[in-house]
Ligand binder design. Structure first.
Ligand SMILES: NC(=O)c1ccc[n+]([C@@H]2O[C@H](COP(=O)([O-])OP(=O)(O)OC[C@H]3O[C@@H](n4cnc5c(N)ncnc54)[C@H](O)[C@@H]3O)[C@@H](O)[C@H]2O)c1
Length: 332
């Protein structure tokens, strides 16, 4: 496969690229390296990929049509696209909704327009999100559920991406799979997400915000399971002109307080917990059914939250604490 991978310096993109290269595929990656969170972390992920055979990187903005066209005219023999670039994060979509329109809506259309001209293109896999289930209450979330009640503008743009993919499959025959990711976590994770953010707060001795509510839970999915799901779905092409949607989650909703307890255990420090009201943009719980994904590709999640947190903390100690002792890091 020759894969055009968007958002390659991001958390999921980095891991997917690493895996594809290990399997011997060619990866042409693009990323704008935007400053939504640490650009250094994005550069550090890229530094792991750049020496690998078969990897090419372009720093470019996906919403810029000229840049994308120029890259893809140089790589017109791309066979697969994995589209992960996006403005992520539900809460930030209350602060800068325009960033979501540009990256998630405009960026997606620019990519699909360019994809129409790739004569050897077989399949596009793109990231959607569990957030499209929004205010739905029936659990677990299934692909057949109606998704008309978004709880955030981020979710609106992710749902728009699914509808856009459907129209482009219908109009131009592109084969597409949208993956609704459920709370990915693990090494090289995002500092704006719970696992990394909580770990940092715990070692700093800083208060960690836990939203009030008995049912606050997430279907935490370890990054290696996300990657194997992306690759499995990439390999299982739908029919020409078909656009399908699949959940990619662990089917194991866990109280967020359990994540805190596991981090405390692995880091050997107590968290200072500050209870706050849940912002309206955050849903109370997520829970993925992965029946369709398993039936179609044979994929199953294999890493438990206990094991995943252990692996995350081992990376966090080496990367973020860079050998500092926890006592020093927490100032105690
Ligand atoms: N991580 C999760 O738990 C999760 C859950 C649901 C959905 N998703 C979706 O999965 C995808 C990957 O998420 P992630 O966690 O790796 O996020 P991330 O923010 O780490 O990665 C996204 C990357 O896209 C890049 N990017 C943003 N706008 C761009 C643009 N206009 N042009 C080029 N590059 C651009 C960013 O610089 C970043 O490196 C996203 O589409 C996200 O919405 C992630």
């Amino acid at each position: 496969m020759k894969v055009f991978l968007t958002g390659v310096a991001g958390f999921v993109g980095y891991h997917v690229a690493e895996h594809l290269l290990r399997l011997g595929h060619t990866v042409v990656g693009i990323d704008s390296l935007n400053a939504y969170y640490s650009v250094q972390l994005k550069k550090d992920r890229l530094a792991q990929l750049l020496p690998k055979a078969g990897f090419t990187f372009f720093q470019a903005d996906l919403s810029n049509r000229e840049s994308v066209d120029a890259i893809l005219s140089e790589h017109s023999d791309v066979t697969h696209i994995v589209h992960l670039a996006a403005q992520a994060g539900v809460r930030y979509s209350m602060i800068d909704p325009g960033a979501y329109v540009t990256a998630n809506m405009m960026g997606h259309v620019v990519l699909l327009e360019a994809a129409r001209r790739l004569s050897g293109l077989r399949h596009i896999v793109y990231a959607s999100s569990s957030s499209v289930y929004g205010l739905n209450e029936a659990m677990p979330f299934r692909e057949s559920d109606a998704v008309n009640r978004p709880g955030s503008f981020y979710a609106v743009t992710k749902r728009a991406g699914e509808l856009t993919a459907h129209a482009y499959a219908h109009l131009y025959g592109l084969r597409q799979t949208g993956l609704r990711f459920f709370t990915a976590y693990g090494p090289w994770g995002r500092p704006d997400m719970a696992c990394y953010k909580f770990a940092r707060a715990i070692v700093d001795g800083a208060p960690l915000t836990l939203y009030e509510g008995e049912g606050l839970a997430r279907d935490f999915t370890y990054i290696d399971d996300i990657v194997s799901g992306v690759v499995a779905s990439l390999e299982h092409e739908p029919a020409q002109g078909m656009s399908r949607l699949l959940n990619l989650g662990s089917d194991s909703p866990t109280p967020v307080s359990r994540l805190v307890a596991l981090l405390e255990q692995e880091l050997g420090c107590k968290a200072v917990i500050e209870a706050r009201r849940r912002p309206l943009s955050d849903v109370e719980a997520t829970w993925s059914s992965h029946e369709e994904m398993t039936a179609l590709t044979g994929w199953r999640p294999v890493v438990s939250l206990e094991e995943g947190v252990k692996r995350f903390v081992s990376w966090f100690r080496a990367y973020d604490l860079k050998g500092e002792s926890l006592e020093k890091a927490s100032g105690s």
